[in-house]
Design a protein around this ligand. Structure first.
Ligand code: 5GP
Length: 114
């Protein structure tokens, strides 16, 4: 059986993280290598490897995660805008196989991404 992912170990408090929000379904913590003054990861407690692995039954959970992102953006004072990123798979730049939204803000972000 495969070992726990890094983010599952954060959920289980085996690895410390700067947690900014938690509820029954989700956890949010600051990225260890921030790409903007605000860089928070929002993850489901349910182990879903990526968006490509999400099922139709996960729709409400995915919507919930986006509302957590919205609430955190408000709390973090990102009224000038922010970016929400969901990397999927190798070409998508995903490095941790546990679905996660990035919330980036407090600086102007360029487009398109690399
Ligand atoms: P991905 O590249 O999969 O979209 O994003 C994974 C993110 O997890 C990266 O931005 C990376 O900096 C972050 N990360 C990797 N290891 C850790 C860790 O141990 N703690 C925290 N808080 N973030 C991590």
């Amino acid at each position: 059986m495969a070992g726990k992912t890094l983010f599952k170990r954060i959920i289980d408090r085996e690895i410390p993280a700067d947690i900014v929000y938690e509820d029954d379904l989700s956890l949010a913590f600051r990225d260890i290598n921030p790409q903007a003054p605000v860089h928070i990861l929002v993850i489901p407690k349910q182990e879903i490897a990526s968006l490509a692995d999400a099922g139709d039954e996960d729709g409400a959970l995915l919507g919930h995660l986006l509302l957590v992102v919205r609430n955190l953006a408000r709390e973090q004072g990102l009224a000038n805008g922010f970016r929400t990123v969901l990397n999927t798979g190798g070409h998508g730049g995903q490095t941790v196989p546990h679905l996660h939204f990035h919330l980036l803000g407090k600086r102007a972000l360029s487009w398109p991404p690399g």
